[in-house]
Structure formats: structure tokens, C-alpha cells
Design a protein around this ligand. Structure first.
Ligand SMILES: Nc1ncnc2c1ncn2[C@@H]1O[C@H](COP(=O)(O)OP(=O)(O)OP(=O)(O)O)[C@@H](O)[C@H]1O
Ligand SMILES: [Zn+2]
Length: 467
């Protein structure tokens, strides 16, 4: 299996640290808002990658954090006159609702920054003790000049980076590329006690600490969007390698941008659609299909047309699967014909080509093509005039499902729609209740009521109907 490694800028043969096992860390969302379709790109693609590794027999440990305390979370809390933890809790619930809608499996561990404060403080102290970090007016900074390899991931020497940077007047750091590990408390902000004063962790340090704590000092794969290469992942390397004295990550994988009118879809540009909105228009599973249709490192443009194409493709897949299912229950229960056996003998070839595509730096676009070739051939082989047998239809269905499953397709969210949105909101409400955030749960209930949806709690779970 070959993976393009941002660190070496080459496709490399994948060799795990421990035979048969893969440890993956992926940077999760900062939870202060709904995720947009751009954010969904890494989430869907790396979920697919994880499924594929499992399909190939690896035991995968997948960690994705939540950044639950930071300027944006605090800003949102101030705007709404609530606390940062309430905001984080709400949007973690909304994250799971969308992720589940998109067929994204939960990570093995979803650690939060605020659950790791003690570990973060110890890690920062370690960096200070080793001379890689310094305290300045209650902040702690990483001293990039102490780490000779700084810039190796983004392939920019430190001198070049420094030449392009300026130190803001308000900053108390020594060199332009130094970055905050700890931010001194400001009035009204959440803060924790630390040896160098009250404050809260910077963003980069969280990921170094959580990757190390939950996966070990050296991990196989670290992934995220391209915009995280610099400075976020560069800084993670500087922190972890200085602190632990060993390689941090063997393979760095970065997805390309989802754009809209040829500009990166982003919250700060305001040119985004939330996953919730897009799912309402096209269905969650269409969004997944759309993401899989391009190579993860290529740019991908969001447009009505491309989403409609993805929807049409998905509909074809469902029609074929539904038809095969119907035949596997109703066609004559006779032994397979020689023609049918000849067809099922070709399955190994489809499987091999699917694996070739995915092994080549995870080429989902080609893998999807193989799936659709199979679907077309299976449609033809089971056409009425061929009088298909029941067992044959079942085998075709199993083969289609095998490949679709690896891609996370055919999981039953091919609905446009109100249904998706309602189910997502109900999940978010359940999550809020579980977290004992009853105000949030009530807020969601009211939102559903405004949409004309009535909820009923039953022993079998929450049922809903249109008023
Ligand atoms: N347009 C996009 N295409 C692909 N990945 C994206 C896109 N926008 C964000 N991401 C990824 O989503 C994750 C969360 O990103 P982030 O919260 O910075 O979103 P953003 O919209 O870029 O926000 P901001 O504009 O405030 O920086 C990161 O892994 C990032 O790489
Ligand atoms: Zn990170």
C-alpha cells in the first residue's frame, strides 16, 4: 500500500510500526459552530481510509480530538451569554449528529482538550526543562530556534519563515515564529492553575499531548486538511519531537480543499454551506458519494451540478442493490447456471482492481469506478431475460455490498431531506440529555416543534411525526 507523505513529498510504501496495527490521529473540530461541507471532507475521507485499512486486516486505533476551549469557543459563549463548556457540549452533539448522518463511525477515542489539562501542563513543563520553551509575562512560548528541524513538514526553512513574519506589539515572544503553548488568563476567561500562572493551553500543544497519551510517542499516520500543515502540524512536530526525543509521525496525510466558486470554503470567508443545509437539500449520503468521487489530495468544487451528479450515482447504486435484494428473495431457488458461475468467477478481478486503486495512495475515485462497473455488469447479468437464480442474485448483492461497505456507502441515508435533518436533531437532543444539558435538549425540542415535528419518548426510543 502506498501513501503520499507530506513530510517527504513522495508516495511511500506503508510500513506500520507494529505489524498488522495502525495508529491514526486526526485533528478534530473546534466546537463552536455547525460543521460545513469543507470540514466534512477530511472527516469522510479519513473515515473511509480507516474502513479500508480494516478491510485489509489491520487493527486500527483511530483518535480524533475535540478542541473545546479556545478563542472561538469563548467568543461564541460571550456572544450568547453562556459558558464555553455549554457551547462545546452543544456543538459536540451537533458534530456527532452530522457525522452519523454522513456514515462516519465514531473514533475509538474522542478526547477533549479540557480532559487533558494536567497532561498538557506536564508536557509544557518538560519543554521548559529541556530548554525548548520559555515563560514570558504568564504566557509560555515554544522557542522555534531551538528546534533545528523546524519547517521540515512545510518545506520552508526557519529563516524564510522568519523573514515573512512580524511580531505583533502585544506579543511578548522572543522570535517571530515562536508560538504560544500556554496563554495567561484574561478576565472572564476559563483558566487553570499552572506553575507559571493561571491560563489555558494553546491549540497546537493539545494535539501533541493527546496523540502521545492515547497512541504513543511515535504514531503511524497523522492526518488533516492541507491548511493544517503550517503552522499547526509543523508545531506539533516541534513540540513532540523535542519533548519525546523520537520521531512523532511516520506518514503525514493531508486532504485538498473543497472550494466553492474556486475559493476555499471556509467559515471566515463566509462562503460555506453547513453539512446540515447540504444534507437537507441532497441527503447526507450524497455528500459522502460526492467526496469519494475525487482523489483526496485534489481540489474539489462544490456546485449544485456536482452534487446532483453524486445523487444520481447514488440512486443508481441503490436501485441496483434494491433490485438484487428483491431477486435474492424472490427469484427461483435453483442451482447457479454455468453463465452465472462464469460471472461470479470475475468477482476476484473486481476486488483486485478495487484494492489496487485504494492501495495507490487511497484513490477513492478509481475505487468508485470499479464499484460502478461491477454494478453495471451485475445489472446486466441479472436482467430478466437471463432468468437469474436466487443464489446468484444474493452473491451479486454481497459483492456489491462488500465494496460499498469499504467506502461507507449503502448505509441507508439516501434520503433528501427533512428526515435526515430531523434524525440529526433528535440525535443531538439525545446527546444533550445524556450530558444533562437539559436547556439545550429543550432548545432542540423547540426547534423541532417550529419545524412542525412532534416528539414522543417511547421505551423503544424517540419516535417522531409531523404535526
Ligand atoms: N474548504 C475545505 N476543504 C477541505 N478541508 C477543509 C476546508 N475547510 C476546512 N477544512 C478542514 O476542516 C477542519 C477544521 O477547519 P477549520 O475549523 O479551520 O475550518 P475553516 O472553515 O477553515 O475555519 P476558519 O475559516 O475559521 O479557519 C480542518 O481539518 C481543516 O483542514
Ligand atoms: Zn491537531
Amino acid at each position: 500500500m502506498k501513501i503520499y507523505n507530506t513530510l517527504t513529498r513522495k508516495k511511500e510504501e506503508f510500513v506500520p510500526i507494529t505489524k498488522g496495527e495502525v495508529k491514526i490521529y486526526t485533528c478534530g473540530p473546534t466546537v463552536y459552530n455547525f460543521i460545513h461541507v469543507g470540514n466534512a471532507r477530511p472527516i469522510i475521507l479519513f473515515d473511509t481510509f480507516r474502513r479500508y485499512l480494516e478491510y485489509r486486516g489491520y487493527k486500527v486505533t483511530f483518535v480524533q480530538n475535540f478542541t473545546d476551549v479556545d478563542d472561538k469557543v469563548i467568543g461564541k459563549a460571550n456572544e450568547e451569554g453562556t459558558t464555553y463548556d455549554k457551547i462545546a457540549e452543544r456543538y459536540i452533539g451537533e458534530y456527532f449528529a452530522d457525522a452519523h448522518g454522513l456514515g462516519v463511525r465514531d473514533a475509538d477515542i474522542h478526547p477533549k482538550a479540557t480532559e487533558n489539562i494536567e497532561e498538557i501542563i506536564a508536557f509544557i513543563q518538560g519543554l521548559i526543562d529541556k530548554g525548548y520553551a520559555y515563560v514570558s509575562e504568564g504566557d509560555v512560548y515554544y522557542s522555534t530556534e531551538q528546534f533545528p528541524e523546524y519547517g521540515k513538514l512545510s518545506h520552508q526553512p526557519l529563516e524564510d519563515l522568519e523573514a515573512g513574519a512580524r511580531v505583533g506589539v502585544s506579543e511578548s515572544k522572543r522570535a517571530p515564529m515562536d508560538f504560544a503553548l500556554w496563554k495567561a488568563a484574561k478576565p472572564g476567561e476559563p483558566a487553570w492553575d499552572a506553575p507559571w500562572g493561571r491560563g489555558r493551553p494553546g491549540w497546537h500543544i493539545e494535539c501533541s499531548v493527546m496523540a502521545g497519551r492515547y497512541l504513543g510517542e511515535t504514531i503511524d499516520i497523522h492526518c488533516g486538511g492541507q491548511d493544517l500543515i503550517f503552522p499547526h502540524h509543523e508545531n506539533e512536530i516541534a513540540q513532540s519531537e523535542a519533548h519525546n526525543g523520537c520521531d512523532f509521525v511516520h506518514y503525514w496525510m493531508h486532504n485538498g480543499f473543497l472550494s466553492i466558486d474556486n475559493r476555499k470554503m471556509s467559515k471566515s470567508l463566509g462562503n460555506f454551506f453547513t453539512v446540515r443545509e447540504a444534507a437537507g437539500a441532497y441527503g447526507y449520503e450524497t455528500i459522502r458519494m460526492f467526496m469519494l468521487s475525487a482523489h483526496y489530495r485534489s481540489p474539489l468544487n462544490y456546485s449544485e451540478e456536482s452534487l446532483m451528479q453524486a445523487k444520481a450515482a447514488l440512486d443508481r447504486l441503490y436501485t441496483a442493490a434494491d433490485n438484487l435484494k428483491f431477486l435474492s428473495e424472490t427469484a427461483p431457488d435453483l442451482p447457479k447456471t454455468p453463465e452465472e458461475t462464469a460471472f461470479t468467477d470475475t468477482f476476484g478481478g473486481y476486488r483486485a482492481r478495487f484494492i489496487d486503486a485504494m492501495d495507490d495512495d487511497f484513490n477513492t475515485a478509481d475505487a468508485v469506478s470499479v464499484l460502478f462497473e461491477l454494478v453495471r455488469a451485475a445489472n446486466a447479468a441479472t436482467a430478466q431475460e437471463n432468468k437469474p437464480t436466487r443464489g446468484f442474485a444474493a452473491e451479486c448483492l454481497a459483492m456489491v455490498r462488500e465494496l460499498a461497505d469499504v467506502l461507507g456507502l449503502l448505509y441507508g441515508r439516501n434520503e433528501n431531506s427533512l428526515d435526515d435533518e430531523v434524525e440529526a436533531l433528535i440525535e443531538a437532543r439525545q446527546a444533550a440529555r445524556k450530558a444533562k444539558n437539559f436547556r439545550e435538549a429543550d432548545r432542540i425540542r423547540d426547534q423541532l416543534k417550529e419545524m412542525g415535528i412532534l416528539l414522543e419518548d417511547t421505551p423503544q426510543g424517540v419516535k417522531w411525526k409531523k404535526a
